[in-house]
Write a protein that binds this ligand. Structure first.
Ligand SMILES: C[S@@+](CC[C@H](N)C(=O)[O-])C[C@H]1O[C@@H](n2cnc3c(N)ncnc32)[C@H](O)[C@@H]1O
Length: 433
């Protein structure tokens, strides 16, 4: 039964229970069951499935809200330098936009507000959105009241400048408090922040560690889509390993894991992300990908932008404005990138078609078998998915994600011995990396 709840948590918030341990998840479930006065697991599972309030309560219980002011310090210094020295030069008169997700109880976004004020921004010159999936921590964050545990030595003299001492702790001052907009939200939701303008900087620290690889990739693509062209992404120390360097390039700076958004893909393709409804694409060899609200579009060059326009307006998911255009060998790798983007956006049929096309050009592509496996899994075809993951491993015995997927399959079939073998292989791989 715990497994069923773990699956539900994974599907809803991306939590990979192995990241915090099944025992910890089980403890949270037990606490909730006691609170609800329920002693039988299946009764609790039924409640979880029927009550969004109880699901939220379990999420509040199971998530890890650990955070403090100026955690890690350097990322905040780098952000302040970037905003005041680089960004301001080319965006004078504009509003510097920052997203903090997850923001937990608010220490991170308030720290961002403080460093921006320190370098001379007034509260009308920047905008901070701060989002977390836990309703409990978001409610706390808005109050701006903190105890000693939120200060762990990274805050310098900020306490004397931005806080008022009150009984039992410290209250953040009004200008700082008013400069952060808190929201309850799930980074993995299709509609996450889709109506917002692009962000010049995103802090997404200490969340990706709780996701498995495919979920990390999905989250990162979402963040990529939310960033402005020169945007900066800050992740946690343990999270740099999951960054795809085709989409983000490392900013070399001791003490930070910061990345700039990359527009260029391998083979010199260009992805152009457009953040308004005035869609203007940048040419790739055979087309372009561009974005409007939550949607990504692929527009081949064979159709003019004008001609394509009526087909793409008001479509909420990925739309391939393409017919069965044959793409040649040299473009195969690009094709797979596009397939991955489409799969991330939920256009599984088109993603599968492009994977097949890629495999027709390169029948030994482990990456294509893997992606097709993920797509088949998402389509509910576990048998084909398993076969495809096996093919992936045959071609690439060090394919971490394929091992993890196969472990999951084996567990679901009750073959725990096989699952252990896959997981052990995966762990050895990640240790050797
Ligand atoms: C360890 S805190 C990180 C806070 C802050 N970024 C930091 O590094 O100090 C992790 C937070 O992630 C939130 N969280 C977990 N899954 C999430 C999701 N799918 N979307 C948004 N927030 C999520 C949890 O509620 C928790 O508050």
């Amino acid at each position: 039964m715990a497994t069923e709840i773990e699956e539900l948590l994974k599907k809803t918030i991306g939590l990979d229970s192995s990241s915090i341990g099944s025992v910890t998840v089980e403890r949270s479930i037990n606490r909730r069951m006691v609170q609800c006065g329920i002693s039988e697991k299946h009764v609790y599972v039924a409640l979880l499935k029927s009550s969004s309030l109880e699901l939220q309560a379990l999420i509040d219980e199971v998530t890890v809200p650990e955070t403090w002011f100026f955690r890690g310090v350097e990322p905040f210094r780098l952000l302040a330098e970037y905003a005041s020295m680089e960004w301001l030069k080319s965006n004078y008169g504009q509003v510097f936009r920052v997203l903090s997700v997850p923001c937990s109880s608010g220490e991170e976004p308030y720290s961002i507000a403080m460093v921006l004020m320190d370098v001379g921004f007034n509260k009308n010159q920047f905008h901070i959105d701060a989002v977390d999936i836990s309703a409990k921590v978001i409610a706390r964050a808005g109050q701006g009241f903190y105890g000693r545990n939120s200060f762990r030595g990274d805050e310098g003299d900020a306490v004397s400048r931005y806080f008022n001492v009150i009984e039992g702790g410290y209250r953040i001052n009004d200008p700082v408090r008013e400069s952060v907009q808190f929201r309850h939200g799930n980074l993995l939701d299709e509609s996450f922040m889709t109506n917002e303008y692009a962000y010049d900087a995103i802090f997404c620290r200490n969340l990706l560690i709780y996701f498995d690889r495919p979920t990390q990739a999905k989250a990162l693509m979402k963040l990529h889509g939310l960033m402005s062209e020169q945007g900066m992404l800050f992740v946690g120390h343990a999270e740099s390993g999951c960054i795809d360097h085709d989409f983000f390039s490392l900013v070399r700076r001791t003490g930070t894991f910061c990345y700039r958004k990359v527009e260029k893909l391998k083979n010199k393709e260009t992805i152009k992300t457009i953040y308004s409804n005035n869609m203007v694409g940048n040419n790739m060899d055979d087309g372009c990908i561009y974005k409007s609200d939550s949607s990504l579009f692929f527009r081949p060059n064979s159709i003019s932008l004008q001609a394509a326009m009526p087909k793409v307006v008001n479509i909420s998911k990925v739309e391939v404005v393409s017919d069965k255009k044959t793409i040649e060998d040299k473009d195969s790798e690009k094709l797979l990138k596009i397939a991955a983007l489409l799969a991330d956006q939920g256009n599984l049929t088109e993603a599968a078609r492009l994977c097949d096309q890629h495999l027709a050009n390169d029948p030994y592509s482990g990456a294509a078998y893997y992606l097709l496996g993920v797509v088949r899994e998402a389509q509910g075809d576990s048998g084909s998915a398993r076969e495809l993951f096996h093919k992936t491993l045959y071609l690439d015995p060090k394919h971490y994600q394929a091992l993890i997927h196969l472990a999951g399959h084996a567990e679901r079939q009750g073959d725990l011995a096989a699952a252990t073998i896959y997981r052990t292989r995966a762990r050895r791989l990640s240790e050797s990396e």
